[in-house]
Ligand binder design. Structure first.
Ligand code: COA
Length: 394
């Protein structure tokens, strides 16, 4: 065995490891605050919209009216995806997870971008706009294709969020639905150095291209410990079925040391401010639809889980606890939830890539080797037969 140095500190999970200085966003985990470029998330959710917040996150300040109109115009003008990429989506098995379809589509889009290899901030910003504009088109096109329907062309007159809902269903959503989707996107745009942002930055730090970085982000976001938690949270609400069964369900889960999906966070040790905003929307939408069952179940789960975990472990609802219910109320299939997260988060990923490249350093950590150092090589015909863990191919 290699000698284990007593002074080696292993940062499993990189908890609290700072990898750079950033001005993009700040999470105050103790107070439950989230700030994009100095603006409180509650303020942005109330007064701003997806296009304006994307401008803020990419450029560091609120846009003037003409800057805002210009970005809106560019985002609307770049929504279409090449027919070749649509053909790739059509070739995928219908059972493909939408996040895998998204990875395939973004990879395929890269060679169509004439500025692919240009890593200047200006070119990366233009690519960020093009990518962000196309994400809702990719998600809605794949969803329709897998259901045997033709993709719906983007409507350039609609804003980003409303057009997304329109492309998913083919129907123009109500003003409330458009506003709720817009806010959902705003809340998901950015969240400091989370796992997927870090994955993007790792890829960018090799001086690869922004499309590759974003593909890394999509793959990382897919996991249930990150973007996939809202699917699991909704599944739990449905399994519970009624508020009077919530307490027993949560207590049993905790007894069996299972995690409550949509609860807990590496950084927040207080109520996630985004969950609070989502909760209100779930209530408003549920009441408008006269269908409050999931909201009632969620409220009861929340009450019990906070009682059991809140003060004791600093575990509170995170953004994923209520977001799935909102999307479900829109009639969006559960396996599309993480893709909606990505539709928004691509903005933050791009911002991190651009910021990191301003002062790039290849990200290359170390592993502490604890395996053997000096083994004798035995030629294959002299090795003893033994049961090897060789995978048998089907
Ligand atoms: N339900 C119940 N207990 C939880 C919990 C949850 N959702 N999240 C964390 N805990 C408990 C762990 O069991 C552990 O308890 P222990 O110290 O008695 O062993 C303790 O809290 C620390 O958990 P750990 O998983 O090490 O913390 P982390 O910093 O890695 O957790 C998450 C962050 C997000 C991975 C974790 O809270 C989780 O898995 N949550 C559910 C999935 C989720 O909602 N993800 C979306 C995040 S936005």
């Amino acid at each position: 065995m290699a000698k284990s140095k007593p002074d080696v500190i292993i940062s499993k999970g990189l908890d609290d490891i700072i990898v750079e200085e950033s001005t993009i966003s700040y999470v105050d985990g103790e107070k439950g605050r989230l700030i994009y470029r100095g603006f409180d998330i509650e303020t942005l959710a109330k007064h701003s919209n997806f296009e304006e917040v994307a401008y803020v996150v990419w450029n560091g300040d609120l846009p003037t009216k003409s800057q805002y109109e210009e970005l809106k115009k560019q985002l609307a003008a770049n929504r279409s995806i090449p027919g070749e990429v649509l053909s790739i989506l059509k070739l995928l098995p219908k059972s493909t997870h939408p996040m895998d379809a998204m990875k395939a589509a973004v990879s395929a889009l890269a060679p169509f971008d004439s500025e692919l290899q240009d890593n200047s901030r200006e070119a990366n910003l233009r690519k960020s706009i093009r990518l962000t504009a196309k994400f809702p088109t990719i998600v809605s096109a794949f969803n329709r294709i897998r259901n045997g329907q033709e993709p719906i062309q983007p409507n350039h007159k609609l804003d980003h969020a409303t057009n997304f809902l329109y492309m998913l269903s083919g129907l123009e959503p109500t003003v409330l639905a458009g506003k709720v989707m817009d806010t959902a996107l705003v809340l998901h745009i950015e969240h400091e150095m989370n796992a997927s942002a870090f994955a993007c930055v790792v890829t960018a730090s090799t001086l690869s291209d922004i499309y590759s970085a974003v593909v890394s982000g999509i793959g990382t976001l897919k996991g249930p410990l990150h973007g996939g938690a809202n699917e699991a949270a909704l599944k739990m609400m449905n399994e519970i079925g009624s508020p009077d069964k919530a307490e027993a369900y949560v207590l049993k889960a905790l007894r069996e040391r299972r995690k409550v999906p949509g609860f807990g966070h590496r950084v927040y040790k207080a109520y996630d401010p985004r969950a609070r905003i989502f909760k209100q929307y779930v209530k408003d939408l549920s009441e408008a639809k006269e269908s409050t069952l999931q909201y009632d179940v969620a409220s009861k789960v929340e009450q019990v889980a906070i009682r059991e975990l809140g003060a004791a472990k600093g575990i509170f609802p995170n953004i994923d606890f209520y977001s799935g219910i909102v999307y479900n109320l829109f009639g969006i299939p559960t396996d599309l939830f993480t893709s909606i997260f990505a539709v928004a988060r691509v903005v933050g990923w791009a911002a991190h890539v651009m910021e990191y490249l301003e002062d790039n350093r290849l990200i290359r950590p170390r592993a502490h080797y604890v395996g053997p150092l000096e083994r004798a090589y035995i030629s294959i015909d002299q090795r003893q037969e033994r049961k090897l863990a060789v995978t048998t191919l089907p």
